[in-house]
Design a protein around this ligand. Sequence first.
Ligand code: NDP
Length: 318
Amino acid sequence: MAKEIHHRLIILGSGPAGYTAAIYAGRANLKPVLIQGMQPGGQLSTTTEVDNFPGFEHGVQGPELMEKMRAQAERFDATMVYDTILETDLTTRPFRLTADSGDIYTCDALIICTGASARWLGLESEQKLKGFGVSACATCDGFFFRGQEIAVVGGGNSAAEEAIFLTNFATKVYLVHRRDRLRAEQVMQDRVRNNPKIEPVWDSVVEEILGEVGNGGVRGMRVKNVKSGEVRELALTGVFVAIGHSPNTAIFGDQLDKDETGYLITRPDSTATKIPGVFAAGDVQDSHYRQAVTAAGTGCMAALEAERYLTELEDHSH
Ligand code: NDP
């Protein structure tokens, strides 16, 4: 039966921001409860090697890093709840969160670390062929394309990283970008250029992904050169879309301030939102850096700010 459960502090999301907030709040004796969401471990749970998280001189696997963060939070009495919040009411006190299980969670302070999810091109054929050759996660699905020709769409670090990773399996990787220059860092650009299996397709947009669901899935892609107007068909069996991310803020409706791309707005040098007691950390409020280590940093800030908030709240009520 659905229950109503109260906690002083709830953390939403299980990426580096959420787990770090839980570690700090746990050490402050706040007995935090972390609601994991749909993808326990967040985006890093779908990556392979993480080479830039300090403290791991030889790199670490993304899922392993997240496991370690979770275990560290649990060592300080943080409780993990495997549920997903579908609706929030931040206009009442305590705040009310309705979960997928039907349970209602209430809390005095809330730290939002719901992260961001992959963006899609918005083509009907893309939606139709998702899981049938169209993917947004090279590390999840790359293995299925051994010995085949595929494409990655995008020009940022993610696209470059995915294209390079996919050359472990595919015989050829087209890198389709809408401009004639990658946005990715120089070191990634060099790796792309030096990889003989990657063929850049510059100045090109995807018009259609070709193929049928019950009939072998993706078989090609129609791309248009935006400068010459030329349309060509690439024969391939997989399409990886890597065009950035959107923040996961739908469950807050318009209760919190967002910027023009939907990221939560926090006060300068703070994780505080416009609602006292509600804090936001990690990718859900950061469209700029989007690194595991910066997410962890803001998760720490949010826990410290929530602790201060709860202490003041409880002092006033005595
Ligand atoms: P970015 O926003 O950096 O790049 C998105 C890319 O997709 C851009 O090249 C953009 O083109 C293109 N794009 C966007 N929308 C469309 C569309 N509708 N159609 C076609 N192309 C489109 O996202 P990333 O996910 O690559 O990276 C996000 C952040 O994460 C960055 O800060 C990045 O540095 C970081 N990151 C770091 C990694 C690392 O350090 N190892 C690995 C992966 C990501 P255009 O260039 O024309 O705008």
